[in-house]
Design a protein around this ligand. Sequence first.
Ligand code: NCD
Ligand code: ZN
Length: 344
Amino acid sequence: MIKELTITAPDDLHLHIRDEAMMQLVLPHSAAQFRRATIMPNLKPPVTTTELALAYRERIMAAIPSNMLFTPLIPLYLTDKTAGTEIRRAYESGISRAMKYYPAGATTNSDSAVTNIENIREAIDVMIELGMPLLIHGEVTDPSVDFFDRESRFIDEILEPLRRKVPDLKIVMEHISTKHAVDYITSADSKLAATITPHHIALNRNALFAGGINPHNFCFPILKSEDNRQAVLEAAISGNPKFFLGTDSAPHARANKERTGGFGGLYSAFAALPIYAEEFEKAGALDKLEAFASFYGADFYGIERNSGTVTLIKEALTIPDYFDVDGDQLVPMRAGDMISWRMA
Ligand code: NCD
Ligand code: ZN
């Protein structure tokens, strides 16, 4: 039995770290596992310009423990007003290697997002020229659509027409949660890829209800049925370079999770790599973890793979029940559970 696993230093290509006290808490957890991350720009106010992204990077760098190497890449949060010149500026400054598209109203802090893709046509043309991927939160927001169908409907009604309109644009469909998404991406050309979270491979929608309603497992896209979880897991372990790691770790304080109107998002980053390792191992595919975590994402972005390695050891890790943060608490994914891998 494998007792130790050393892989090329991985990338988390979809990560929320917030700001201030929350960032101080969660960033070291990510930096202990990942060498680089795509840091989501849905702050309040959102990171919509190069200037805001550079200022955010300063705050991030100040919060990274001095013994850790970690490079944040910050996509700009596209709005109806994002100009092509702004995309170019972000690229040339080195801060952005992708751009982020939230359909307005889809998720946490997405109110100022794009209302119609036609409004960012110029920005998209510059992205195509630079080979920058568009990172898409793929859910429709029409309140009449069944909550569990939001992703599938997005693929059929928004993504497919968009890909026909701009076939040269690289697109990452983020945090996929359905068999429909897996099938769609698998059959698409090489311009389309997807990130996969630890929670969408480890949990199905029973996790929302087991032992009573559990808001800590509420996230966007919402957890799906077991057959969908299976399909997403199979995609992750398939060795298909279209599928790569993005935790979508999205920390919210307990008070904002355990209330009516509570926010979506799992704090999965604390033990993300151990959780992926556990799921890959259970599926007999530990040998597929390195490429999923460290190669395919960088290759799709067109950035260099990381140098250096990280080591996981097969040793029990108990996930804390919570972390204290800013007078409140943060409850991590699988709080109180034992995981079979830990970072060396
Ligand atoms: C994210 C957040 O809280 O910022 N929440 C989530 O459930 N994933 C937003 C997002 O990525 O959709
Ligand atoms: Zn996210």
